[in-house]
Structure formats: C-alpha cells, structure tokens
Design a protein. Sequence first.
Length: 212
Amino acid sequence: MKQYPNVFVFDHPLIKHKVSILRDKNTGMKEFRELIEEITTIMTYEAMKDVDLIPVEVETPLERTVQYRVPEESVAIVPILRAGLGMVNGVHRVLPTARVGHIGMYRDEKTLQPQEYYCKLPDGIEEKKVFVVDPMLATGGSAADAISALKKRGVKDITMMCIIAAPEGIERLVAAHPDVRVFASTLDRCLNEHGYILPGLGDAGDRLFGTK
Ligand code: PRP
Ligand code: URA
C-alpha cells in the first residue's frame, strides 16, 4: 500500500502479540473485549503525542512549580455503533473525563453501503479533539460517512482509531478525508468478496457482544 503522511500503522511487539490472540477464533468474548480495550489504550498514547498541553501551577510538598496537563475537557470519543463501543473504555483508561458521542452505522449486508441510524453528540463538539473509534476499517464506508456526519456538524479536529484496517479502507478514507489522522494497530492483506477483512478477526461486533 502507498504511504500516507496522516496514516500511522503500529509496529509494536506488544500489539502484534495481542492482535494474534484477538484473531484466534477460540478467544472468548471476555478476553476479546479486554484485548480490544488494551490495544486501544496503547494506541491512545501514540495518538495523543502531539496534543497541546496547558500550563498549571502545582504545589508540591516542597515548592510551587509550573507543570503541564492535557485539557481533558477538550477531547471527545465517538464510537461507531456497535463495535466502536468496545474501544471507549480503552480511551477512558487514560482520558477518563473525555465526553462520548455516538454514531450508529450498519453496513447493508448486500450492498456493503453504510446506513446512519443514530447520532447523539456532546455539546461543544465542534471545538473538541475527536477520536472516532471502530475496531474494523474494511471498505472504509462506515468511517468515511461517520466522519462526514461529524464535519457537517462543525467538527474540525478528527482522528480515526481502528484495530484492524484493510488497505481498501485506508485508501477510501484518505481519499474522502485527507485531513483526518488515521491510527491502525494492524494493516491486513485485503477484503474478501463479502467485505470481510483477511486474515481479520471475523465480525467484531458479534465477538464483542456475543450475538452469534
Ligand atoms: C462493522 C464494523 C464497522 C464496519 C466496517 O460494523 O464495526 O463499523 O463494519 O465496515 P466498512 O469499513 O466496510 O464500512 P457492522 O456494520 O457489522 O455493524 P455492527 O458494529 O453493528 O456489528
Ligand atoms: N466488519 C467486521 O466486523 N469485520 C470485518 O472483517 C469487516 C467488517
């Protein structure tokens, strides 16, 4: 796949280790959910690397000092329902006060076209740094449409985080939203004829919520 300046794929042994367990069809729902959260937390560290800090005065037991903090109220998480919900706790572990908005999208199984069915966003989201989260970036249609919906509502600073991306999904997302930063823990080979990622991990929503 072509290299893109706004696309960051992790090459970290710990992520490779965890993703290998995630892919295993014998990994149960509880461990699957925990791994999605852990990988998301690791990705959040990297995705926050360029965030602007604000100076604060702190009194240590010894003296007053100026230190730097993340303005946590300036961050929002927007999971794409359903599977994106599985990543929210992973971000909250390091940014516990981040507000959460929800966008409901499902892929029509025949056309593979995403359909929006729900959208509820925190007040003031236009001014926030927004992390859109969804474990799977397959054709990229759901993510591209969710991001268009956010932009329509005035959001400017958007980062997409996914666990597994297909090259097709990255290409589509970059073409539609070249300004959006994309963090993918893993880049897979391709999509199959049903729009599933190979080697992938199957249906992320079903594995997170035990629906199949
Ligand atoms: C899955 C996944 C993404 C989407 C990715 O959701 O969680 O949202 O497919 O596919 P795309 O990149 O081709 O759009 P699904 O539509 O299965 O809904 P669910 O989360 O409710 O299971
Ligand atoms: N959605 C999933 O949950 N898995 C895939 O492989 C593709 C889309």
